[in-house]
Write a protein that binds this ligand. Structure first.
Ligand code: NAD
Length: 507
């Protein structure tokens, strides 16, 4: 039996339950399919066959989940941090126990290759352990001394929060947002992406088994314009964390305005990777290939614009073309696959439309540009490299979110900075040079929330993660996450020595 066949037979086992009964919600500790609920069909991008029916959550369903999160809040907030730590670490253990199931279900639901999804559960568990261990100290603040007063600050959880996640790496991103919220003492209502609802239900199951009190974790499936919208408007929800498209971020700001929601937005990007003549050629090449063609290019931090200095341009692009041509496209459950099918036919059409846009704009398709219909009925595309592009072209300005790289050349450092910044986005940037001073200058002037020098995307959980400009508002990671999910309160205590001003004195 081939590795693919082995994984396919495992997937039959793991997906059976989703195929045999509708996937509903998890509200107040109960898995529910509301009577008469509207259902929609969830498909796998591997061949667009049905994976099962899913409940399209209504305003009423979201209301129930928000009410449950509100009722559960006091108990969870007041539970000692050490207790929350224990429960969340137990949660992480259970994620690891189900790692294979999570990886296979995720791969089939979103099309990401199994070679990357094997890490999803491990990363998800690590997210939980990291924040679990910080739960006891999340309340800690500052001591700020004055001559006759002592101030101290403490943090308290903001309340029930809404977590809205996308389809590109649904499991990992959900844990990344939910873990700090729970560790802080917030209760949550999670609205997963409608295209990839399955691993969110595995998470809810694990939450249930790990001993989270009823109502602390709620999951409502459904569409953004209904279930998601209601979540951002509900009075009980004090903050909303979105990972998604920049347009969705704008909607959420509008929708949350009436109830003055605190909002954290992790949005799109058109991230530059800037390779200078003096870069370590081989390492830069590996990183350039990895950061756009891994995860199907459906990655917010993907380096989708290559800026290559003129001195090494021809040599670098020739080596790059060779590597892109050799990338293995295939079924997401095949361990050899490097690029799987795109998440949905709608997204596939969007990515394919850029092949024509590139030609119309006058760029050259050096590699790829076509669908891989020979691989069956799934959403397979050839990894694609656009060369001879200009930064003003749509292929250099718009987030394509597929295995598609736009290459452009530059002469000077100043020109590279100008090109890197000439976009509405500002999520990430990658700089390859062996000149430390130049790296420092570039890190200062390239407009992005995160810059990696001589590295691909290396994640350090305590470090801030997030974007500027149309790539988002706010930061995740370590204490930055707690600042979002918690309120800071100042307490000022007099030493009893200062003069209290006297009004209305009667002498
Ligand atoms: P999307 O914005 O379409 O959907 C994200 C989530 O928002 C989904 O759950 C959706 O149902 C919900 N939603 C949509 N409209 C809504 C509304 N009006 N109110 C409330 N919720 C609503 O994004 P997507 O297509 O699922 O994901 C791809 C996008 O996510 C890309 O732009 C990508 O760059 C971005 N992303 C960003 C990061 C980051 O960290 N910056 C990480 C991953 C993905």
């Amino acid at each position: 039996m081939s590795d693919l066949d082995h994984n396919l037979s495992l997937s039959e086992t793991y997906l059976k339950r989703f195929k045999s009964a509708p996937t509903g919600h998890f509200i107040n500790g109960e898995f529910v399919v509301p009577p008469g609920a509207e259902l929609y069909t969830n498909v796998t991008p591997t061949d667009n066959s049905e994976l099962g029916q899913v409940v399209a959550g209504t305003v009423g369903d979201v209301n129930l989940a928000c009410d449950a999160a509100e009722t559960a809040f006091t108990e969870w907030r007041d539970m000692p941090g050490a207790e929350r730590k224990k429960i969340l670490n137990h949660f992480a253990d259970k994620v690891v126990e189900r790692a294979e199931e999570i990886a296979i279900v995720e791969s089939m639901d979103c099309g990401q290759p199994i070679r990357f999804m094997r890490q999803a559960a491990v990363r998800g568990a690590a997210n939980f352990r990291f924040f679990a261990d910080k739960a006891p100290e999340a309340v800690n603040g500052l001591a700020l001394h004055q001559d006759e007063h002592t101030n101290y600050t403490m943090r308290t959880p903001i309340g029930p929060v809404g977590i809205i996640t996308p389809w590109n790496t649904p499991f990992m991103l959900s844990t990344w947002k939910i873990a700090p919220a729970l560790a802080a003492g917030c209760t949550i209502v999670h609205k997963p992406a409608e295209l990839t609802p399955l691993t969110a239900m595995l998470l809810a199951e694990i939450a249930n088994e790990a001993g989270l009190p009823k109502g602390v974790w709620n999951t409502v499936n459904g569409f953004g314009e209904t279930a998601g919208k209601r979540l951002t408007e509900h009075r009980a929800i004090k903050a909303v964390a979105l990972v998604g498209d920049s347009t969705t971020g704008k909607h959420i700001m509008h929708q949350g305005a009436e109830t003055l929601k605190r909002i954290h937005l992790e949005l799109g990007g058109k991230n530059p990777v800037i390779v200078f003549d003096d870069a370590d050629f081989d390492r830069a090449l590996d990183a350039v290939v990895f950061m756009i063609y891994s995860l199907n290019g459906q990655r917010c931090t993907s380096s989708s614009r290559l800026l290559i200095q003129s001195g090494i341009k021809d040599q670098f692009l020739a080596a790059l073309e060779e590597r892109v041509r050799a990338l293995r496209v295939g079924h997401s459950l095949d361990p050899r696959t490097e690029i799987g099918p795109l998440v949905h036919t709608g997204h596939f059409d969007k990515v394919m439309s850029y092949m024509d846009i590139a030609k119309q704009d006058g760029a050259r398709i050096a590699v790829g540009g076509n669908a891989r219909s020979d691989l069956g009925a799934g959403n397979y595309v050839e990894p694609t490299l656009f060369c001879d592009a200009q930064n003003t072209m749509r292929i250099a300005q718009e987030e394509i979110f597929g295995p598609v790289l736009t290459a452009m050349s530059f002469e000077t450092e100043e020109e590279a900075i100008h090109m890197a910044n000439d976009t509405q986005y500002g999520l990430a940037g990658y700089i390859w040079t062996n000149d430390t001073s130049r790296a420092m200058r570039m890190a200062k002037y390239v407009e992005a929330g995160m810059l990696w020098v001589n590295s691909e995307n290396n994640r350090n959980l305590p470090s801030p993660f997030g974007g500027i400009k149309m790539s988002g508002i706010g930061r995740d990671g370590g204490d930055f996450s707690f600042d979002f999910y918690m309120e800071t309160k100042n307490v000022c205590i007099a030493h009893g020595t200062h003069r209290v001003p006297i009004l209305g004195a009667v002498n």
